[in-house]
Design a protein around this ligand. Sequence first.
Ligand SMILES: [Zn+2]
Length: 244
Amino acid sequence: MHTHLTIRPRHGLWEPGRSSRITHVTVHCTEGATAKGAASWWQNAAAGGSAHVVIDDEFLIRAVNDADTAYHARGVNAYSLGLEIVGFARWTRDEWLDHPERLEEAARIHAGWCNAYAIPLVWSTRAGFHSHAGLPGNDHTDPGDGFPWDAYVENVRSFLEGEPVREGGRSLRLFLPNGKRYGGWTREESAGFDGPALGPVKWLARRRRPAKPGTVLTWKGSRFDDPADLPAVARTILNRTEDR
Ligand SMILES: [Zn+2]
């Protein structure tokens, strides 16, 4: 279980409010050893930027609220959420996979954002997710060629497909298809971290297609008895990620 902290970046390294609707998650790595180290770096004017959340194996740090603009990737900040995973762009796949805690926690946050803002789980520079590397107008290489995108996306998908259950109105427990159980935050603790995802937790898509007969899928308040009738963006969440 990660310890949750809020550490705001220095004024000027983020901006209150947004000029565009949130449609995107940019995945970064910090090029440093700890989440606290990254958050402290953002206290420094020389840092030149910030991100919404930074995660290592022990800490989940909320730096900028979703509703505010972090400066994490040129050109996309207005509509993107910046997710910093502690690690190095030079890491090999095996080095990343040696840190499952941070990869799973990042995937959990990513899935929460997909749900909160109807962001499809697809590789995209506009509506979906993308590495910082390869975003137009950016010269960064993170999170690097060794980043295990397949495992990461599978984690996000597991959270999207998990069954959320509120226990006593206070805790969120997520039961994953593999039998693992996850969660345990109180509403108060989690509010600052999951943002609008909390409140009534709304999962857009609980199951991968084909849905079992009788399964009712909902999207933005409308019912869809046949998944084929879902809007494309909702079907995308239910289906496989696009090829990168
Ligand atoms: Zn980056």
